[in-house]
Design a binder for this molecule. Structure first.
Ligand code: DAK
Length: 262
């Protein structure tokens, strides 16, 4: 594994816990964090065949990620800096969204601006009781720039996304759960445990079927491709897999399936 200046990595029985580690800046996303996440998801994790899934969380008790690093953003060269940062940010968030293993955001505190967008790029969100989501960019004279205007309405609906984006209001953990932004609400400090529990449960399922489910569900949100075609093709490939034969045999023989990911 590479050296990661802004991330802490911990392996828990095949589940990688990735902690964004800039508590002094409420884990704001600076260039280092983006570069670290890019190397992790593009280069290191694809080599790990034993990986069951990834949990992303923030260091300390106060914040998941309080946004893009406003101070660094202001210091960038105005001609190219914003563009480079924007391109990298979008690439990293797409990589997370399209990762073939489950990625869960364990939201332990503020998930604002780019932090809320990072959480939404993950496949699921677990909110601790102290979690506060929000897209406050309008207070800075900006709009969400890492996919927030697209992912938020898909998760909570157009009307609610309009309201939260235009007011910049924060969303409590219970409200996030009620409107479909969070999959679960748990006691503060239990976010990572809940995320690990879900990943361990999914790790008992057929790995190819899990990966193809992620692809097909993602395709439902991509208007440039026909998600039904993606589903049909994925289904066809899975019917030819060894795991499908094993899963069907295990059902008939009333035993637990032993999936190999082939
Ligand atoms: N960036 C940099 N530093 C931050 C930060 C941030 N987003 N959020 C907090 N900090 C720093 C504070 O400056 C403070 O540092 P010191 O002053 O102690 O050095 C430290 O973290 C602790 O914060 P506070 O003292 O403010 O703590 P409080 O408990 O009083 O308040 C808060 C917590 C989360 C309510 C407050 O910190 C806050 O409002 N933070 C900013 C939240 C925010 O507006 N987030 C959205 C940022 S805009 C782009 C695409 C997307 C974006 C940008 C570019 N491109 C396409 C190029 C995204 C933009 C955003 O995310």
């Amino acid at each position: 594994m590479s050296d990661y200046k802004s991330l802490l990595l911990e392996d828990q029985d095949g589940v990688l816990i990735v902690t964004i580690n800039r508590p002094e800046a409420l884990n704001a996303l600076n260039n280092d964090v983006f570069v670290n996440l890019q190397i992790l998801f593009a280069e290191d994790l694809p080599k790990r065949t034993d990986l069951k899934g990834v949990v992303i969380t923030g260091a300390g008790e106060k914040a998941f990620v309080a946004g893009a690093d406003i101070k660094e953003f202001l210091s960038l060269p105005s001609d190219t800096g914003g563009f480079d940062l924007s391109k990298r940010g979008h690439e990293v968030f797409f990589m997370i969204e399209q990762f073939h293993k489950l990625v869960i955001a364990a939201v332990n505190g503020f998930a604002l601006g780019g932090g809320c967008e990072l959480a939404m790029a993950c496949h699921m969100r677990i909110a601790g009781a102290k979690a506060r989501f929000g897209q406050p960019e309008v207070n800075l004279g900006l709009i969400p720039g890492y996919g927030g205007t697209q992912r938020l309405p898909k998760l909570i609906g157009r009307g609610r996304a309009m309201e939260y984006t235009l007011t910049g209001d924060m969303i409590s953990a219970d409200e996030a759960y009620r409107i479909g932004l969070a999959n679960h609400v748990v006691e503060a400090g239990e976010e990572v445990n809940k995320a690990v529990e879900i990943i361990q449960k999914i790790a008992t399922k057929a790995p190819l079927a899990v990966a193809k489910s992620i692809d097909a569900i993602n395709a439902s949100e991509d208007e440039s491709i026909n998600g039904y075609h993606v589903e049909v093709n994925a289904f066809k490939q899975l019917t030819l897999s060894e795991d499908f034969k094993e899963g069907a045999a295990a059902f008939i023989e009333k035993r637990k399936a032993n999936f190999k990911g082939k």
